[in-house]
Design a protein around this ligand. Structure first.
Ligand SMILES: Nc1ncnc2c1ncn2[C@@H]1O[C@H](COP(=O)(O)OP(=O)(O)OP(=O)(O)O)[C@@H](O)[C@H]1O
Ligand SMILES: [Mg+2]
Length: 364
């Protein structure tokens, strides 16, 4: 089946992905001389399908395929909304632990003491309010996978305790002297630069090495813009299925989406598609509708600090905004708009083509 990455895999990848098949394929590519010992026997639900066939995503699949069968800790890094949790779930789902629990916990959303008792459990009377003994998530997840999201948000003293649990594979409830053996696989995620945090004394190096036996770096959506059309179709299809609709999108509108910047990555694209589908005036989302949404989005998030967009992406958006505004002010009159913008009519046409603005639908 897998002739080569260039032949077999890409040919297969020209369709939206069925992750388990893809992983089986990639596993064979990754170890050409060795048949995979473990074959997944279940199907991923559509909600957890990972979309993308860019080279960057192929690398991700390959890493998932290599890491999943083992019990090694995995550290997933990547910007917000880039799919870290999805990948963590894929690792668990393609591991021999698939029938055991997968427990995600956001380390950033608890104060230290609560996080400790959530994960390790506590004995009755170990702190004010602990009126019963309780097992923690490590015990409850025995045999499965714990997903420690936003691991960078933990305190140094918590990191010491976590490291001890991982090293000894035993957990001690808060306020107890008994060690309980556990078998839990750890997948951690962060959108911070942990190396920099180690240098700044904010993250323990020993824990870092323990967590990052395998690291998977997720690309930002801008690094894999060629995946945008696939993602758009995927989200539209899901929307249509959920809502019994048949909303489509024009080719130019998809091009515009693929050429814009996505500081919020896949999550942002997903939300935008949902909005576009809900408010679509007809069954086909038009370029104008996408432009309007992009302008709205940019107005909502136009502080320079919170954007990781590239300079060219930002300039393009500023241009897009200016042209749309002036076209509106000029009642769609292109000569007038060009004059107001201080550019030639020809240049306006070139820019409009590049920014996928449909000048023809506007009056002259
Ligand atoms: N490759 C992908 N294919 C399909 N959907 C994706 C993909 N990547 C992300 N998504 C979707 O985008 C949303 C955000 O993904 P996810 O929660 O995994 O990101 P994250 O990196 O954990 O973000 P955060 O750092 O904000 O927690 C989810 O709804 C997820 O289903
Ligand atoms: Mg997340």
């Amino acid at each position: 089946m897998a002739r080569s990455v260039a032949g077999g895999a890409l040919e297969y990848l020209s369709k939206p992905l069925l992750t388990d098949k893809l992983l089986a394929l990639l596993r064979k590519i990754a170890s050409p001389h060795q048949e995979a010992a473990y074959e997944p026997e279940y199907s991923f639900t559509p909600a957890s399908t990972i979309i993308g066939r860019s080279l960057k995503m192929l690398e991700v699949y390959r890493a998932v395929a290599r890491a999943a069968p083992s019990a090694a800790s995995v550290l997933i890094t990547g910007a917000s909304g880039s799919g870290k949790e999805l990948v963590a779930r894929a690792i668990h789902a393609h591991s021999p632990r698939v029938s055991m629990p997968f427990t995600p916990i956001n380390c950033g959303s608890f104060p230290e003491t609560i996080l400790e008792s959530e994960l390790f459990g506590h004995e009755k009377g170990s702190f004010t309010g602990a009126d019963t003994s309780r097992s923690g998530l490590f015990e409850a997840t025995n045999g499965g996978t714990i997903f420690l999201d936003e691991i960078s948000e933990t305190s140094l003293s918590f990191q010491v305790k976590l490291l001890r649990v991982l090293q000894e594979q035993k957990v001690r409830r808060v306020g107890s002297n008994t060690f309980i053996p556990i078998d839990v696989r750890i997948v951690a995620a962060t959108n911070k630069d942990l190396s920099a945090m180690i240098r700044a004394g904010q993250f323990r190096e020993d824990l870092y090495y323990r967590l990052s036996v395998v690291t998977i770096q997720l690309p930002s959506l801008e690094e894999r813009a060629e995946d945008v059309p696939l993602l758009v179709q995927h989200f539209l299809k899901r929307f249509n299925q959920r809502n019994q609709r048949h909303v489509n999108i024009s080719e130019d509108a998809v091009k515009l989406l693929a050429s814009t910047s996505w500081p919020g990555n896949v999550r942002e694209l997903e939300n935008l598609i949902e909005r576009l589908a809900i408010f679509a005036a007809s069954d086909e989302i038009s370029t104008e509708e996408v432009e309007r949404e992009l302008v709205r989005r940019n107005e909502a998030t136009s502080t320079p600090e919170n954007s990781t967009a590239s300079l060219s992406g930002k300039l393009q958006e500023m241009e897009l905004k200016a042209i749309l505004r002036v076209l509106g002010e000029s009642g769609g009159n292109k000569s007038l708009a060009a004059r107001k913008l201080g550019i030639e009519r020809k240049t306006l046409h070139e820019k409009a083509r590049r920014l996928a603005i449909d000048l023809e639908s506007k009056e002259t």
